[in-house]
Design a protein around this ligand. Structure first.
Ligand code: C2E
Ligand code: CA
Ligand code: CA
Length: 849
């Protein structure tokens, strides 16, 4: 797998959605928050202004009414001259009249009083039962302040205060000084209730002379009720303070006067920052800290208290009678928009929840979609590992993935079938239905692990020849019959295989003892000994067997190789059975090496003919030569004994033979041309039967003669007798073809092949070469009983030449002459020599050897 980072399909599909969703959510929340903030500050400002206006207006009305009452009283008293020094009864009547008639409902007006410059006083106090309490100090009360229980002098006296001087009261002094209507400072009443009072004051003039002060007391506490009411309706905390930041009224509940022992004196009004109400306290602190009262403007500010955000406004309040107060107002954010923020948050949460559900549902759905894909991929992986029996993916409800899964399953099924077919093709031989080499190795491996045994490798000798002569179809049929025979004779637990074209392997479990091994081998030979009846004819075959013991820990492939070595040995030795011996392995290795070298030598044209003269015994002259192959290497000359049989087995003899044939024909043509050799000089070239059976061989000889310009009559081809005997008609056909070209044929090593005379008669030949084993025995045996004599006798009937090989002694030569053998060849005359060293004078050589 590549090193590239990979993400799953799921991630690839879901991630962008989730990202888009989150970004959208984020942007939405941000802009909403932003616009919410703007909206909130806008609404809060408007709300604060409207509420403040409301308070402002109420306060104005609250304060205006008493002033109006006061002014009307002062004007009327002056205009109607109601004031009489010493006796205030007219003023008293008028005030009571006015109070009860016109100001009955003006709840904030508590007391209306009249203090004259002569130190007298009359006033009425409104009582809770809507009655009025008269307070008088004039000549009628002996200049004492008498407070009655009713509105008349005849009523019971509630209390008497002596030494009361209205002119020193805080409501009198400012008016005397200014001579105009004004507000008194806020003060505590001199009566028994000592309520916090603010008085509207007006001078009374009679004939433009200042006579008295009309005082109209306002109980400020009653304004608290208005503010509390406002608070309960709007949740706005309101407080009114003077320039000293002392509370005048507030929505907080409780008195504005300190009755406790604090920083402030008893009876003094509280500073706003001392308010028991935390909102007012915090707002006032803010005002104080930031000196907001100094610039007499409407000002806004915010703060947070106990997690609640408050919007605040401080507004100056002034009236024409010199009052300078400030209205502080705080509204909580939650109250501003009602449930809107909560609803908004809830809708966000709901949106988020729905989206999460959507994502989860999407993921589940997506999982279901890709599940077939991943299970298909898993199945493919398993198939790749060779697991053909794993679970196959199941189609889903989705068309495309179902198609994929079905296509995959179909493909897997086909693959499985082809794989099984291939497997069986690999495991079994299609022709014989026995195991193939691979199948045998597998099966034998398993079997050998359990039971030791013996491996037999049976090879059919010269199967290629059978194939060539009978045709491949018959060859195949023969193999089928052979397989059936094996199967029929051997126990079923034996493993049978065709491991090569003409090779059968047999694994015989439990056959270990030497005797048993041999018995089974013999049985195999016997199995093949009876003729094979084919459609057209019946064939007798011979087999060779390589045998190897198999122990449980041995590699079967190695055993097969060893059995093959043993089989080669059996074929070489012409023994039908050969039991493997590790030494063979070495030999085999040597052979392999040798073959490679021979191959190379063919390339390099390293094969050269050496020539050995053939002598006419009668005249002693050289009438021909045998070309004997030599392998010329850097290290020396290698004898044909070392390489001919190997070359024959491997088929390389064809190339070597061709080199020798070509060079000998060329040399001979040159030698005849130069007069070195006579015109009827006979050059003998050895032929392997394998060459002779090769198609196109006759053509090759023909073209060689053409190329080298050697007449056919000068060429004799030697073929070893023993190799011709058990061979097919093609050999004889080719021999005839060669003969028809004018080439002579010699039967080499004659006498070793035990060929019958009848057979010999069939062979077209011109010359017999008597094997040197017979020549070497000549001197020891009685000449008449010798094989050479017999051969000489037999051939008398044929019109053929006789050449005695291996003549080493003069005596042998003499004896051969006696037996009327015409020609001879041997070390007596010359060893085989290179063309250049061909003896100029044979007589000399004779002497030398
Ligand atoms: P061969 O055809 O029977 O050749 C005769 C062998 O006898 C030669 O051995 C030769 O050197 C040897 N010889 C000759 N005179 C005497 C003698 O007086 N005493 C003894 N002891 N031996 C003598 P060489 O050259 O080693 O060849 C051995 C065999 O190799 C040949 O036997 C022949 O069958 C085969 N051969 C040689 N050259 C070729 C070739 O070109 N093609 C084929 N197919 N086979 C060849
Ligand atoms: Ca020969
Ligand atoms: Ca010979």
């Amino acid at each position: 797998m590549s090193l590239r980072t990979q993400i799953t399909l799921r991630t690839a599909v879901v991630l962008p959605f989730v990202m888009i969703f989150l970004i959208t959510m984020g942007v939405m929340v941000f802009t909403q928050k932003q616009s919410y903030k703007e909206m909130v500050s806008d609404i809060s400002a408007r709300r604060l202004i409207s509420l403040t206006n409301n308070v402002n207006q109420s306060l104005s009305e609250f304060l205006e009414k008493p002033f109006e009452a006061n002014l009307s009283l002062s004007q009327n008293i002056g205009y109607h001259h109601l004031y009489q020094a010493g006796n205030l009864s007219k003023v008293q009547d008028y005030i009571l009249y006015k109070f009860s008639k016109h100001f009955q409902t003006t709840s904030q007006v508590d007391v209306i009083g009249f203090g004259s410059e002569d130190g007298n006083y009359v006033g009425f106090r409104k009582e809770a039962n809507k009655g009025y309490t008269l307070m008088v100090q004039d000549e009628r009360t002996n200049d004492q302040l008498v407070i009655y229980r009713g509105s008349k002098i005849s009523e019971d006296i509630r209390s008497v205060i002596s030494d009361y001087d209205p002119k020193v009261r805080p409501w009198y002094i400012p008016v005397v000084a200014e001579k105009k209507a004004s507000w008194s400072p806020i003060y505590a009443n001199a009566d028994e209730r000592q309520e916090i009072t603010l008085s509207a004051l007006a001078p009374v003039y009679d004939n433009n002379e200042f006579k008295a002060v009309i005082v109209c007391d306002i109980k400020i506490n009653t304004f608290n009720a208005f503010l509390r009411n406002l608070k309960s309706k709007t949740d706005a905390s309101v407080y009114i303070i003077d320039q000293q930041q002392r509370l005048i009224a507030h929505s907080g509940g409780g008195s504005v006067v300190s009755w406790g022992t604090g920083r402030t004196n008893k009876g003094q009004r509280l500073l706003a920052i001392e308010s028991a109400n935390p909102i007012i306290q915090k707002s006032a602190s803010y005002v104080d800290r930031n000196s907001l009262l100094e610039n007499m403007e409407i000002q806004h500010f915010n703060f947070t208290l106990d997690g609640e955000h408050y919007f605040n406004q401080i507004t100056p309040y002034k009236d024409k009678y010199g009052l300078t107060w400030f209205i502080g107002m705080s509204i909580p954010e939650s109250n501003l928009l009602g449930e809107l923020p909560d609803k908004q948050r809830n809708s966000w949460l709901l949106g988020l929840l729905l989206s999460c559900i959507g994502i989860v549902a999407g993921l589940i759905a997506f999982n279901r979609i890709i599940q077939p894909i991943t299970s298909t991929a898993d199945a493919a992986k398993r198939l790749a590992k060779g697991d053909w029996d794993g679970n196959m993916p199941k189609p889903s409800n989705i068309y495309e993935t179902s198609m994929l899964v079905e296509a995959f399953n179909e493909m897997a099924k086909n693959l499985k079938a082809s794989f099984q077919q291939l497997q069986s093709q690999l495991t079994y031989d299609s022709l014989t239905k026995l195991y193939s080499r691979e199948g045998f190795i597998d099966a034998a491996k398993k079997k050998a692990k359990i039971e030791k045994g013996t491996l037999y490798l049976v090879g059919i000798n010269r199967f290629r020849d059978i194939n060539d002569s009978l045709g491949h179809q018959n060859g195949d049929q023969l193999l089928i019959i052979a397989a059936a025979r094996l199967r029929g004779t051997l126990p079923s637990e034996y493993l049978l295989a065709r491991t090569g074209g003409d090779e059968f392997a047999i694994y015989a479990p439990n056959i270990i003892q030497e005797a048993d091994v041999q018995i089974l081998a013999n049985r195999l030979v016997q199995t093949f000994s009876s003729p094979f009846a084919m459609e057209s004819e019946s064939v007798v075959i011979k087999i060779s067997i390589g045998v190897v013991n198999v122990s449980s820990d041995q590699e079967i492939t190695l055993c097969l190789r060893n059995s093959s070595i043993a089989l080669s040995n059996a074929k070489q030795d012409k023994a039908s059975i050969c039991i493997y011996d590790p030494e063979m392995r070495k030999a085999s290795k040597h052979r392999t090496k040798m073959l490679a070298r021979i191959n190379n030598a063919i390339e390099l044209q390293q094969f050269e003919p050496f020539y050995q003269p053939i002598i006419d015994l009668e005249s002693g002259s050289t009438i021909g030569a045998e070309a004997l192959a030599r392998w010329i290497t850097d290290k020396g000359v290698i004898s044909p004994i070392e390489f001919i049989s190997l070359a024959e087995e491997s088929g390389l003899i064809y190339d070597i033979g061709q080199q020798i044939l070509h060079k000998s024909c060329r040399d001979t043509a040159i030698a005849i041309e130069s007069g070195k050799w006579s015109e009827d000089f006979s050059i003998h070239v050895n032929l392997s039967v394998d060459q002779l059976t090769e198609s196109g061989f006759v053509e090759l000889v023909k073209s060689t003669l053409n190329e080298t310009k050697l007449p056919a009559k000068n060429l004799t081809l030697e073929i070893t007798e023993s190799r011709i005997i058990d061979n097919d008609p093609m050999i004889i056909d080719n021999m005839l073809a060669l003969k028809s070209l004018g080439i002579s044929i010699a039967i080499d090593d004659f006498g070793t092949g035990y060929s019958s005379l009848a057979y010999l008669q069939k062979l077209p030949f011109d010359c017999l070469k008597i094997d040197r084993s017979f020549v070497s025995k000549l001197d020891k045996e009685g000449i008449d009983r010798s094989i050479v004599a017999a051969i000489a006798n037999i051939t008398k009937g044929f019109k053929v030449n006789l050449v005695a090989e291996g003549v080493e002694t003069q005596q042998q030569a003499e004896l051969l002459k006696q037996l009327q053998c015409p020609q001879a060849q041997g070390f007596l005359y010359s060893r085989p020599v290179p063309f250049e060293q061909w003896p100029a004078n044979l007589t000399n050589i004779q002497k030398n050897t």
